[in-house]
Design a protein around this ligand. Structure first.
Ligand code: PMP
Length: 425
């Protein structure tokens, strides 16, 4: 395209953008939240116990009272079934897995992990490997706890394992790695079998190197017949002779209610013993009424799978709409690419390098709020200024369409501006 043509196209795109912006929209695509229809799917949970008037655990204990520090037996069984481990490898916490992650790391900083020579906080520095783009709140935990973050690029099969293995093997101060193995936030892709096996076969310099395996989206498939399945990291590590390396986290935040669900840890028996010993002084126990509600409402892992199909029916059209619109508006232009996840909560969108912040600004000025550009990278710095996390779950279809249409216009404008700038320079 010549200079003159580019300038003409830019001016017509700007006219379309001004028209869209004049509508005074206020659309939010910034966080991966379930929409209200999804939340309604679980409301019956609040009637189950009251209707039955039965607040007793299967062993006869009253769940309204103290007891069961590490979780109700039936809740451990349910989550054990879901995560593929025995009840003795499950710890049920409160309402948030992120809270459990922060807490385990804080405990290790104060007291050390299994096999640590000293508390992590007594090392001259603690570093974590951070596959990026990744989940901003993982990076937030590191920043809050003064853990240095080392980015490792994501590939469609998971993190760049050559680099990850080499970094961990060379530096004993690298104590951990963040992983979202299934339908990763924000890529929406899942770790391949080879990636999981390589995590289990790693030879890190730190003996207490820990994999923080955040399985937030393990049952969040969009298509019943096409879904990603990720190998069981606990089993792989056990087979590889490092059973204590991974700690698995999950929650029902995006199964029942974010902020009012149940969060769990699955780990080796030795890690369980350590985590429980470190948690005993902290609480007499978590919310067992909520655990009981969840068990009675879902019944089994199969019950959760059935429930997740209802979520998928609500979410599929939203993901498909985004894919369709991106393809229609940007396909073949060579100025953007994006992932096509089979599950999870996000689509990862890439502009040309150096354009994402401008796209964010244009979207914002037209009333579309995106996840801040850069948030998907450690320290909020996307080295390419290219990644935008699209969170399509919350807005209704019509609003989503308006937001994506503005995102597409903004992407085309930002690309043309860049091109003209470069030509002028
Ligand atoms: N991990 C990931 C990867 C997430 O995307 C989210 C929610 N956005 C969480 C954890 C938060 O989970 P919870 O509500 O259990 O703290």
């Amino acid at each position: 395209m010549g200079l003159r043509e580019a300038a003409a196209e830019l001016s017509s795109l700007r006219a379309a953008y001004r028209e869209a912006a004049a509508k005074g929209l206020s659309l939010d695509m910034s966080r991966g939240k379930p929409c209200s229809e999804q939340l309604a799917l679980s409301m019956e949970m609040y009637d189950v116990l009251r209707e039955e008037g039965d607040y007793f655990s299967e062993d006869g204990s009253d769940c309204r009272n103290y007891g069961f520090f590490d979780g109700l037996p039936e809740a451990k069984r349910l989550f054990g079934e879901l995560l593929g481990v025995g009840e003795d490898q499950i710890f049920i916490g409160g309402n948030s897995s992120l809270n459990l992650m922060y807490d385990v790391i804080a405990k290790y900083l104060l007291k050390g992990a299994l096999g640590s020579e000293r508390p992590w906080g007594k090392e001259k520095k603690v570093k974590f490997l951070c596959p990026a783009p990744g989940y901003d709140r993982h990076f937030g935990i590191c920043e809050a706890l003064d853990i240095e973050m080392i980015p490792v690029a994501m590939t469609p099969q998971g993190p760049d394992m050559d680099r990850l293995e080499a970094l961990a093997a060379a530096d004993p101060l690298i104590k951990g790695v963040w992983c979202v193995p299934q339908y990763q936030n924000p890529e929406g892709t899942s770790f391949s079998d080879e990636t999981v096996r390589r995590f289990a076969a790693m030879k890190p310099a730190a003996k207490d190197f820990t994999i923080f395996w955040d399985n937030a989206y393990m049952v969040h498939d969009l298509y019943p017949d096409r879904r990603d399945r990720v190998l069981d990291i606990l089993r792989c590590c056990e087979e590889a002779g490092c059973p204590d390396r991974p700690i698995v986290f999950a929650s029902t935040s995006k199964i029942s209610f974010p902020g009012a669900g149940v969060a769990v840890i699955a780990a080796s028996r030795a890690n369980m013993a350590r985590i429980k010993a470190l948690t005993v002084p902290q609480t007499i126990g978590f919310d067992k009424i909520n655990q009981l509600r969840h068990v009675r409402f879902f019944g089994s892992a199969q019950g959760i799978a059935e429930h997740m199909k209802k979520h998928a029916d609500i979410l599929r059209p939203k993901f498909e709409l985004v894919e369709q619109m991106l393809q229609q508006e940007l396909g073949g232009l060579g100025i953007a690419c994006w992932t096509k996840p089979l599950g999870g909560y996000f689509i990862s969108f890439y502009t040309e390098p150096g354009c994402a912040k401008r796209v964010e600004q244009l979207c914002q000025e037209a009333g579309v709020k995106l996840t801040p550009v850069g948030a998907t990278y450690p320290y909020g710095k996307d080295p390419d200024d290219a990644n935008i996390r699209i969170a399509p779950t919350y807005p209704p279809l019509e609003e989503l369409a308006s937001a994506i249409s503005i995102l597409c216009l903004a992407t085309r404008i930002a690309s043309l501006e860049k091109r003209l700038e470069q030509k002028a320079a």
